[in-house]
Write a protein that binds this ligand. Sequence first.
Ligand code: F0G
Length: 489
Amino acid sequence: MLRKPSILDVALRQFALFPQSLCSQLYALGLYVEPLPVQLNSFTFAGMSAYLQCIEENCKKRISATTKAHVCPDCSGLLDVMYDFQITDPDKFKQTFQQRRLSNDPLDLSGVWRYRELLPFCSDPAKVVTMQEGNTPIYEAPHCAEYTGLKKLHLKHQGLNPTGSFKDNGMTAGVTQARLMNSRMVACASTGNTSASMAAYAARAGMKAVIFIPDQQIAFGKLSQSLDYGALTLQLEGDFDEAMKMVKEITEESEVYLLNSINPFRLEGQKTIIIEMLAQRGWKIPDRVVVPGGNLGNSSSFGKAIKELHDLGFIDKMPMVTIIQALRANPLHKTLIDRSARLIRVEAHTLATAIKIGNPVSWKKAMRAMEWTRGWCDVVSEQEIADAKAIIDRDGIGCEPASATTVAGIKKLIQTKEIDKEEDVVAVLTGNLLKDPDYTVNYHQNNLYEKASYKHELIERKDKIQSTFANAPVKVKARKAEILKVLGL
Ligand code: F0G
């Protein structure tokens, strides 16, 4: 039964950093007799047990959450972090999440740890490595909506994270787990954003970061971040898929802790992209969430978040997860269309280098996400990506090329009538415009094809990319009269 909050309750709410031990003492003294109707404090963090479980139906092996394994030791299946959730009153938690926005507790300031009861694997708040990640806005994008044919479109901009991509939502969780495991060195293969994020979080945690990147295939914005954050940067000959293979082998055989999205703790953090989006919408459930597909970690975590929220009673319907891949980096789409039980790998090619991946590690979890939510996967061409990006940028929002697959995909799926014009759709922009300025400048100068640093990737050779919405810089002499002429004044 709830009672009227006392002065003590109010004080407890205001000082959200109140330590658990002090609360127990207050309990013992009879001064703090009942749980707060709305819990605001760090101590609500502890208490639920986490374990790892193989996702394969015929295995489902359980192992300790502190095992350094990224796949099942029995069958090599992917692992989930699972919990014995103790959530019986979702409305109370929704209220708590909202109240935490008024708190200055470092955990409450994070758009990941604010929702900690939904990813309760860390029982020691002092171990959390956070940079106030998440907290990303949802924008209404009328021009994008018009471009796609939708009545309304909302864009959740994960590119406004501390290191400029959605990876920060996952990395705070992954590096926290690395700290719980007393790891001193962390590693990942990356097309650029994972490595930038891991390098930053490792630096904050005082860990050594080693990144494996495909030589000359990542955007400079991302490479410069990893160098600056102090990561040991290994440029490997070959593509992302080869880098991924190497880092998996090396981390399996050594103390180094793997922080690619095959690490299930990373995906726990990325669940909060969905949770925060729903909280921002007052828990109004969209019909569909659209996300780019590369290594398929994000779509996997979206599926898990939606399923768990549904099972726990936070939501009563599941938004469809729609994954968009680049036309020539389309292993999931190919696998889906061919109804193959095995992944159909491809040699990936796209100027959207973030998603230039032909052998995505989390494909089975992405399949599961689509199955749970009646979702779908489709592909878009280089031309469609380039133009959609220009439209997103023109809306004053901006994103990196891979993120634009979402708007391009929606446009295509409206044309094919897969998406209804009236649908309530949220597209997730995954990376910041400034990650790959080369691409943007070349597009606006109408030479994305000729001058792209990665032009050897372009397969659609006969169909040169047209800069349909180019906004090229105007060369003008530094003379007032000439400038006024250009301005039409
Ligand atoms: N968008 C951006 C901007 C990305 O950086 C990535 C992946 C994706 C989309 C695809 O997400 O892999 O979860 O399906 N980048 C990874 C990296 C692979 O290494 O930075 P996914």
